[in-house]
Design a protein around this ligand. Structure first.
Ligand code: TRP
Ligand code: SF4
Length: 407
């Protein structure tokens, strides 16, 4: 059994970020760090959601290309490796737009209207006219991004979980509408014909054993046979698995969110760290900039003078201690704060050091790319080409399931 698990293909993971320019510590701890951790465990696809940027920045397009590039430089600086994951650009895989169109046909209007981010963003960006067709379709485009790769897992923060849930609902609806009338059995047999007599016989024996004999063992054996075959594509394996289990034809599998605990990073002023508040530390800030920013960061307002004791629970800086420092250091800071035996400047010192240490590594790794846009362009071109192979494969099936434009 163990061998089977090892032979099994790793789940495919997909996630994207809108190109907002230079990444800050909030972006890093909220998502990017997680991407870096995932790249060695899963078959990962990470992309620049430049079309999604357009939904709100449709009239400020001059920054999108630069922001996309700088964001990817930060990804590379933070440790994403093009050898371990596929990094690409949404607009370089136009199939996303075609799937978005098909999905828009079957997505009921109330579904998009009730997504919490819809009204929230309209309220937050009052100066923008967001009463557009494109902005309403934001989560449908996101569903297309996810479903076109048939990704099993989508690592996103809690603010995005409603979008992932909606992708699941859209996939289910798509499969219900278009997964019926197709000639499933014939395509399964065709597929088996192409994979040799021995494989076909073994597979069909398992199929009979499970579907007719109800043998759980036969099911397991069949699944193993499929997952350990190296000559089947991922999609072919999915089709055979659907046939074996009797779930039928799943054209667009339902993705699941990959929830991870991420700390909420506060900004220099104690509010949530956000580019729009101007309270960030960027991933490639220089040491003197980091020192200066941390030095002026908000502390517990009760500590006006050195001899005033403070409360770490009321101090934004202490939330960073919790992210960056070990228990002994945190203990030192908390005690020193409560007993007024250390000053805020002293308390911030170890933070400045660890952040600088981390950022130095990021800057060093980013440097060759920051200085050579051509290298970044090449990575994105290669990644987009690789992503496109899968997207095209899905679209061929999608068109044929719908019965349009594949002849
Ligand atoms: N909406 C996401 C965000 O704002 C970005 C995004 C677009 C995305 N398409 C996606 C995330 C697909 C995950 C999967 O962060
Ligand atoms: Fe915050 Fe440290 Fe100052 Fe206390 S001593 S208020 S924890 S910075």
């Amino acid at each position: 059994m163990e061998e089977v698990n090892q032979a099994k293909r790793p789940d495919r993971v997909l996630s994207g970020m809108r190109p907002t320019g230079y990444m800050h510590l909030g972006n890093y701890h909220g998502a990017l760090k997680n991407f870096v951790d995932l790249q060695s465990q899963y078959d990962c696809y990470f992309f620049v959601a430049d079309w999604h940027a357009l939904t709100t920045a449709y009239d400020e397009t001059h920054t999108i290309e630069e922001y996309s590039r700088e964001m990817v430089v930060d990804w590379l600086g933070a440790g994403l490796l093009p050898e371990h994951c596929t990094i690409f650009v949404q607009s370089k895989v136009p199939e996303h737009a075609e799937l978005h169109l098909f999905l828009s046909m079957i997505t009921p209007l109330p579904w998009v209207e009730r997504v919490p981010t819809y009204k929230d963003t309209i309220d937050a960006l009052q100066e923008k006219d967001l009463a557009t067709y494109g902005f309403l379709g934001y989560p449908v485009l996101q569903a297309a991004d996810i479903l076109i790769y048939r990704a099993e897992r989508v690592p996103v923060g809690t603010d995005q979980s409603a979008h992932v849930e909606m992708s699941r609902e859209i996939a289910r609806r798509f499969n219900e509408i278009y997964g019926r009338g197709t000639d499933f059995e014939t395509s399964v047999m065709g597929l088996l014909e192409d994979h040799g007599q021995a494989f076909k016989n073994d597979f069909l024996a398992c199929h009979r054993g499970f579907r007719e004999g109800g043998s759980q063992e036969a099911l397991e054996e069949g699944l193993t046979l499929v997952s350990s075959s190296t000559s089947l594509t991922r999609r072919q394996a999915e089709v055979l698995e659907g046939y074996l289990r009797g779930t039928g034809r799943v054209i667009l599998p339902e993705p699941r969110a990959l929830a991870t605990e991420t700390p909420l990073v506060v900004g220099l002023d104690g509010r949530k760290m956000s580019k729009s508040y101007g309270n960030t530390i960027q991933l490639r800030d220089k040491p003197e900039v980091i020192e200066q920013k941390v030095s002026r960061m908000q502390t517990d307002p009760a500590r006006v003078r050195l001899k005033d004791p403070g409360d770490p629970a009321k101090c934004p800086v202490y939330t960073w201690h919790e992210i960056y420092l070990d228990e002994a250091q945190r203990e030192w800071a908390a005690n020193g704060c409560r007993t007024a035996s250390i000053g805020c400047r002293e308390c911030k010192q170890p933070l400045i050091e660890v952040i600088n240490e981390e950022q130095t590594l990021f800057r060093e790794r980013a440097e060759p790319f920051a200085n050579s846009p051509e290298k970044v362009r090449q990575i994105l071109e290669d990644g987009s080409e690789k992503a496109r192979v899968i997207a095209k494969e899905t679209m061929t099936e999608v068109r044929s399931a719908i019965g349009i434009a594949n002849a």
